[in-house]
Design a binder for this molecule. Structure first.
Ligand code: NAD
Length: 361
């Protein structure tokens, strides 16, 4: 069996706990993995001068596969998200977030198996922003007024929304290929083309033309507000949904809510060469160090990772073991119990024990 070398970034907050649990569960499949463990985030700034040091990026570039725990972004301190920077630096342009319901999960819905593909590098998250009152913002306001004949209030902050033909083409090609390779039958393009004609309008136009190259996959589009309602009313109608960055951020939390919450929502940041797997949830600082949060989102990210490296059989076994623990409903964390204060809820590491036991017994 081939040995895989994979970069592991434990993250901060609850990251180290859920990462350790995921690593133990992945190792219990018997797949031969050498883990290159590297810290990143605010905790390493003092040591390396930046939250995502070069040696960590080099490790990911070399191994082409990484799995990471969440990293905290402090609010309003002028520090940009390390997660966003990582995606940009490695050009991980497609974020795949499956929303799958497993029997035993308490949710208003059942039998959901959707996938959100979020464009990860453009849109309002491109990070091009101008502070209210700055020289740049005022210059821009004047230029826009001269170019468009429309006034923007002088006390406005400005965020720019770029959506390119190149960026849209590659994420739709990715999504159609992913649909094909994973036995999916339909791709839905999500947009607000009726209002933002030159960004979302471009997105839809490009999507329609890429779709023509994949006649075996059905294609349709939905306006994002309608999409939000449809996901709540009839999620069973949808399969693979492709959307720009901001809508993807919001609707993937909605999707996680449909299938039992953030504790069960995995993800893969993917580029042409490199993939970094991570849960949808953040560092949940209030639970850090308490051995309380659900590691299943991180474990399910591990399932995606195993499939990606060609270990499909081990991925199926790991997913089956997680599904078994969920269906049994006994050794699960507080968020999966009917009552959040249920004293029978177990901790993060006990979930890892339960999953690993199923894989090794
Ligand atoms: P969060 O996802 O960390 O937590 C919100 C709440 O969801 C928690 O308080 C908890 O009740 C619940 N929750 C989250 N993960 C859970 C789990 N595994 N099991 C059980 N319950 C869980 O979101 P937040 O509080 O908005 O963000 C905290 C920090 O994480 C911020 O700094 C944010 O920037 C960062 N963040 C990082 C990533 C990433 O690394 N990719 C993603 C999102 C947020």
């Amino acid at each position: 069996m081939a040995r895989h070398t994979i970069t592991l970034i434990p993250g901060d907050g609850v990251g180290p706990e859920v990462s350790d649990a995921a690593r133990r569960a992945i190792d219990a499949t018997g797949v031969d993995i050498e883990w290159e463990v590297h810290d990143a985030g605010l905790g390493v700034v003092e040591r390396f001068g930046q939250p995502m040091p070069d040696h960590v990026l080099d490790s990911i570039r070399r191994n082409r596969v990484a799995i990471k725990g969440p990293l905290t972004t402090p609010v309003g301190k002028g520090i940009r998200s390390v997660n966003v920077a990582l995606r940009r630096e490695l050009d991980l342009y497609a974020l795949v977030r499956p929303c799958k319901w497993y029997p035993g999960v308490r949710s208003r819905y059942s039998d959901i198996d959707l996938v959100i593909v979020r464009e990860n590098t453009e849109d309002l998250y491109a990070g091009i922003e101008f502070a209210e009152g700055s020289d740049e913002a005022l210059q821009l306001i004047e230029s826009i007024s001269a170019l468009s004949g429309r006034d923007i209030r002088r006390d406005s902050g400005i965020s720019i929304k770029p959506i390119s033909v190149y960026g849209t083409q590659r994420v739709f090609h990715f999504a159609f290929r992913w649909a094909r390779e994973n036995g999916r039958s339909k791709v839905t393009a999500v947009h607000k083309a009726n209002i933002m004609k030159h960004t979302d309008g471009l997105w839809l136009r490009v999507a329609e033309s890429v779709a023509e190259e994949y006649p075996d996959i059905q294609f349709e589009d939905r306006i994002v507000d309608n999409m939000a309602m449809q996901l709540v009313q009839k999620p069973e109608l949808y399969d693979v949904m492709v959307m720009p960055n901001l809508y993807g951020d919001i609707l993937s939390d909605l999707g996680a809510g449909l299938v039992g919450g953030l504790g069960l929502a995995p993800g893969a940041n993917t580029g042409d060469e490199i993939a970094v797997f991570e849960a949808t949830h953040g560092s949940a600082p209030k639970y850090a160090g308490l051995n309380k949060t659900n590691p299943m989102a991180m474990m399910l990210s591990g399932v995606m990772m195993l499939r990606h490296i060609g270990e499909g059989e081990a991925a199926d076994r790991l997913e089956g073991a997680i599904a078994g623990v969920i269906a049994e409903g006994r050794r699960v964390t507080y968020d999966m119990k009917p009552d959040r204060d249920d004293p029978t809820a177990v901790g993060t590491s006990e979930v890892a024990d339960a999953v690993a036991e199923r894989l090794t017994s």
